[in-house]
Ligand binder design. Structure first.
Ligand code: HEC
Length: 174
């Protein structure tokens, strides 16, 4: 009787250690079903506590959150040239060839403003970067296909465009 009971409880212990989805590290089965990898649609594992991102992921929900972000890319001729190239493929359809508005898409979409308007000159670099990253009130996000560095190059190009364009006296001050 005692021997039976002992055998039964040993069996119970044996069974209860090997089963269960989290018991992969001491599971005795070799069919690879129980293993540390995540199943499709499982939530990703949380980062270990106190870990710090090292790849510079920028997290922001609103443009205002990035207002104070400084421009890390030097505004030199190479960056401006890269920004201009990206601008000519990504922005001219709405903001126009010279960046002063009136691109063809603006006829069928909320019109994109002249990027030299005083209100846009007054924005911080971080806010311009955030507009490209998150989009504006009507403007769609331009993040896809543009790296963080690319977006700063475009910001540098906008600043250059503003610097070489005289501020309109009167007229458009939007
Ligand atoms: C599909 C059309 C479209 C494209 C493409 C587009 N924009 Fe815009 N953009 C708009 C519209 C419309 C607005 C004004 C309304 C708003 O803020 O969303 C705007 C606003 C802006 C502003 C002003 C934001 C502010 O509130 O001060 C900046 C700066 C800007 N765009 C830069 C760019 C740059 C740079 C690109 C290319 C990487 C680009 N846009 C691509 C439509 C577009």
């Amino acid at each position: 009787m005692w021997r039976d009971l002992l055998a039964a409880s040993a069996m119970l212990v044996f069974l209860s250690t090997g089963c269960g989805e989290n018991a992969w590290n001491n599971d005795w089965r070799t069919d690879m079903w129980y293993q540390p990898s995540l199943r499709p649609q499982h939530a990703p594992r949380p980062e270990p506590e106190d870990s710090v991102p090292v790849q510079g992921v920028i997290v922001a929900d609103e443009r205002d959150d990035l207002e104070d972000l400084p421009d890390p890319v030097q505004r030199d001729a190479a960056s401006i040239a890269r920004g201009e190239r990206l601008f000519s493929t990504r922005c001219v359809a709405c903001h126009g060839k010279e960046g002063h508005g009136g691109g063809p898409v603006s006829k069928v979409f909320p019109p994109a403003p002249d990027l030299c308007f005083p209100s846009i000159r007054a924005r911080s670099d971080g806010f311009l970067f955030a507009t490209l990253t998150l989009g504006g009130r009507a403007m769609p996000s331009q993040k896809e296909g543009l790296t963080v560095h690319d977006r700063w190059d475009v910001v540098n190009f906008i600043r250059h465009l503003q610097a070489i364009t005289p501020v309109p006296s009167g007229g458009k001050t939007q």
